[in-house]
Each structure stands twice: as structure tokens, then as C-alpha cells.
Design a protein around this ligand. Structure first.
Ligand code: NAP
Length: 259
């Protein structure tokens, strides 16, 4: 069994997931990096970056919405390392097209819900069962699970309702796992990013630039993937070990309600 703690990050190839991956490598974790495909520039360049931080790198191609495929993946991770110390459920997608709620298609709803909610829920269920077993096997073991949701969990956007609904569901997923697992020693957290500069937001850059200019984001700037990664690193270090179920806003004050 490997002595180093192991972090599993979904959606590790790009954007927020990549920043989280590098931050956890810097915190001393070996890295299991999951993305839809291994065959991307992101995944190819991530390995050397992780290894530079003296961490082992295990890249895995998995479409998180394929719940049947998850079984083999969890087995492969445990075969290699014998432990999972932190799971970061980060993989997620926006709708392929923004459409008014009244025109929302069943196809888009199913796609977004399967990737953003159904997949992470069942992946977490599988990993949590292993964590419960590992708690009986490893003496100093302090497992943690993090869900990357969004301010969209509580801020409705009528042109991407399926995304907002998936993130609201992910918030409750955090709560039910926190309720189920905290007493058993597995800590569960939710991080809600605001508007973060990644591929996901690139196609609506002008809209968000304007929002920032108009002061609708109190801290008056784009969020960066590193802003989210810092919150994850802090949880991973154990700074929030008495705060299971906590929700962290990383949104430059978008959460502040004004009248
Ligand atoms: P991104 O740059 O588009 O990256 C998405 C990542 O998810 C990629 O690594 C991608 O892998 C992976 N992914 C997509 N579909 C997948 C699937 N079916 N199975 C496995 N992996 C999949 O997105 P991001 O902006 O970093 O967002 C990361 C998370 O933060 C998402 O859950 C998103 O909803 C959330 N978030 C983002 C923002 C924002 O403003 N950017 C705000 C709030 C919340 P491939 O490279 O293989 O495609």
C-alpha cells in the first residue's frame, strides 16, 4: 500500500480541474487525473507538471456519465494505490446551446444532468463505500469529498436552466452525502465558483466582461481557476476539518444579496 495520500480529480485536463490537480500535487498528494479522454493536449501536458511537484500521476479516460464504466476505474485506482484520500467531483459541462427555458429540449436536459449530477452522484457513492472500508484498514486516514457546484445552484439563468438545475441538485447531493458520511469520519464539502475564466466561459466572455464593468460582481474581476484551487488546497490541508457540510463561495461576492 502506498504511503502518500491520493487525490482523485474529475475534469482534470483543463480549467478549474487542472488548477486543483496541480494544487493538490503541491500539497503532497499522488494524483489520479480523470478526463473524458486521455487523448488531449491538456492531459498530455498535465503529467510532467504533476511529476515536477514530486507526485505520481495516473491519468484515466472516463466519461463520468457512464456509471457502469466507473466500477473498473475505482478498481484500477485501488489496485495501483490501495487508497483514495480525497475525491474532487469537478467535471461538468454547460449546455451545448443556450436556449430559453420554454424551448429546453429533453436531449440537452439529459446530457447535462447525466454529466453534472447523475455521474458524480454514483461515482461518489462507489468511492465512499471504498473510503468506509479503507477507514478500517488505514490508521491515520482522513478522507474527504468535495463537490464543485456553482453559484448557478441558487442563481437562475433562464437560458441554461438544465445547468442551474443540475448544480442545485449537486448542492443537495453534498448535503445528503455529508449527512450520511460525516458521522463515519468522511468529511464532505461544496465549493460554489462564480464566473471563472476557463474554456467553459470563453464563448460568453463579452457578456461577463460587461457584468464586471457594470460592477455586478462586487470584487470587480474574473475569477481564476487558482482561486478555486486555493479553497480545495485549504480543505485538503485539513484547515476545515471541523466543518463537514460547509459551502464555500468563490465568487467575488456574487453571493452578496443587495436591495
Ligand atoms: P472546462 O474548462 O470546460 O473543463 C471541463 C473539464 O471537465 C474538462 O477536464 C473535461 O474533460 C471534463 N469533462 C467534461 N465532460 C466530461 C465527462 N462527460 N466525463 C469526464 N470529464 C468530463 O470547465 P471549467 O470551467 O473548468 O469547469 C469545471 C467545473 O466547475 C464544472 O463542473 C463547472 O460546472 C464548474 N463551474 C465553472 C464555472 C466557470 O465559470 N468556469 C463556474 C461555476 C462552476 P475533457 O478535457 O476530456 O473534455
Amino acid at each position: 500500500m502506498n504511503g502518500k495520500p491520493v487525490a482523485v480529480i474529475t475534469g482534470a485536463s483543463r480549467g478549474i480541474g487542472r488548477a486543483i490537480t496541480l494544487a493538490l500535487a503541491a500539497e503532497g498528494y499522488d494524483i489520479v487525473a480523470i478526463a473524458r479522454s486521455l487523448d488531449s493536449e491538456g492531459m498530455e501536458t498535465l503529467g510532467p507538471e504533476v511529476e515536477k511537484r514530486n507526485s505520481d500521476f495516473f491519468p484515466i479516460g472516463l466519461d463520468i456519465s457512464c456509471t457502469a464504466c466507473q466500477v473498473e476505474v475505482v478498481k484500477d485506482i485501488l489496485d495501483r494505490y490501495g487508497r483514495i484520500d480525497i475525491l474532487v467531483n469537478n467535471a461538468g459541462v454547460a449546455p451545448l446551446q443556450r436556449t430559453d427555458l420554454l424551448e429546453l429540449s429533453e436531449e440537452s436536459y439529459d446530457r447535462v444532468m447525466n454529466i453534472n449530477l447523475r455521474g458524480p452522484l454514483f461515482f461518489t457513492q462507489r468511492v465512499a463505500k471504498e473510503m468506509l472500508w479503507l477507514k478500517t484498514m488505514i490508521e491515520t486516514y482522513s478522507p474527504k469529498i468535495i463537490f464543485i457546484s456553482s453559484v448557478s445552484a441558487y442563481m437562475p439563468s433562464i437560458r441554461r436552466a438544465e445547468y442551474c438545475i443540475s448544480k442545485a441538485g449537486l448542492s443537495m447531493t453534498t448535503e445528503v452525502f455529508a449527512e450520511r458520511l460525516t458521522r463515519e469520519g468522511i468529511l464532505v464539502y461544496e465549493i460554489r465558483p462564480g464566473i471563472i475564466e476557463t474554456d467553459m466561459t470563453a464563448r460568453v466572455k463579452d457578456k461577463y466582461d460587461k457584468m464586471i464593468e457594470e460592477g455586478r460582481i462586487p470584487q470587480k474581476r474574473w475569477g481564476l481557476p487558482a482561486d478555486v484551487a486555493k479553497a480545495v488546497a485549504s480543505i485538503a490541508r485539513g484547515d476545515w476539518d471541523f466543518s463537514s457540510g460547509a459551502v464555500f463561495e468563490v465568487s467575488g461576492g456574487l453571493n452578496i444579496r443587495s436591495l
